[in-house]
Design a protein around this ligand. Structure first.
Ligand SMILES: Cc1cc2nc3c(=O)[nH]c(=O)nc-3n(C[C@H](O)[C@H](O)[C@H](O)COP(=O)(O)OP(=O)(O)OC[C@H]3O[C@@H](n4cnc5c(N)ncnc54)[C@H](O)[C@@H]3O)c2cc1C
Length: 230
């Protein structure tokens, strides 16, 4: 896929939690990508600018509009710019980048997605794209956040779970007890790790720990795919 660069217009800005936003952009209809890949945005603060990477949230089948979900980190260069950005503003978007894509040809019976925080973004795209397309494969999303108030897209994932019997959704909280799963995401990987592909996305420590957990239990490296946000 050839690299493209264009001015993307912000058409919607939504608060998903107290510190995660969803930005929707109007983009050329010709822009194509695979679920799991990322774009770069040129973000300004005054005269200074930096390119920052964001996984595409929306599925490739959605043309002309691209969605991202972004964690706002107080004091972060891009985060501070995103706090004040508004509908109608434009940002230079460059893409598409990345190898963190769904391995459609894999013989494994199951695909498990393990994402923490906005690390769920590439899985949203993959789930929307492949769960309906591949009824013979079982998909599971383990979505880890700290507290209940940090969860987002709950309704979307629950609706997909209701509609598609090949998808199960396991939200898990690391810093709060509730009626659902709690503790670190690795706790929910279980004993039977064979015949599965694992996809991991989030911050460095979680990605490295989960990867090591799987390797220590004999999962072949080629069954483990990951994207690190830092
Ligand atoms: C391939 C790739 C895809 C990415 N996709 C996304 C995405 O879809 N959504 C998203 O929110 N971020 C994503 N990131 C992270 C993003 O590029 C920025 O690093 C992030 O927005 C912080 O930028 P900043 O300028 O606001 O903060 P900075 O001033 O650069 O740094 C602030 C601190 O925040 C930490 N940090 C970075 N990302 C996160 C995060 N997501 N959650 C918590 N802490 C973080 C950094 O390690 C750093 O210590 C992705 C990164 C990569 C490499």
């Amino acid at each position: 896929m050839a690299l493209q660069e264009f001015e993307a217009i912000i058409i919607a800005k939504k608060d998903l939690t107290k510190d995660v936003i969803e930005l929707s952009f109007s983009i050329p209809e010709t822009f194509t990508f695979q679920a799991g890949q990322f774009v770069m945005l040129k973000v300004f603060q005054g005269e200074m600018s930096k390119f920052k990477s964001y996984s595409v949230l929306s599925p490739p089948s959605q043309k002309g509009k691209l969605d991202l979900c972004i964690k706002i980190i107080d004091g972060g260069f891009a985060s501070e710019a995103f706090k004040v950005i508004k509908v109608g503003d434009t940002l230079l978007m460059r893409g598409i980048f990345g190898q963190f894509t769904f391995k459609k040809e894999s013989p494994s019976a199951e695909a498990w997605f393990i994402g923490t925080g906005t690390g769920v973004a590439p899985f949203y795209s993959m789930i929307k794209e492949y769960v309906p397309q591949m009824p013979q494969k079982n998909f599971r999303l383990i979505f880890g956040v700290r507290k209940k108030e940090d969860l987002f897209y709950m309704q979307d994932f629950q609706d997909i779970e209701k509609k598609h019997s090949n998808f199960s959704f396991w939200p898990t909280l690391s810093q709060e007890e509730w009626e659902g799963y709690s503790g670190r995401v690795q706790k929910h990987l279980g004993e039977d790790l064979q015949n599965k592909d694992f996809y991991i996305c989030g911050l460095k420590d979680m990605v490295l720990e989960t990867q090591q957990y799987l390797l220590d239990r004999g999962v072949a490296p080629e069954r483990i795919h990951f994207e690190r946000y830092n």
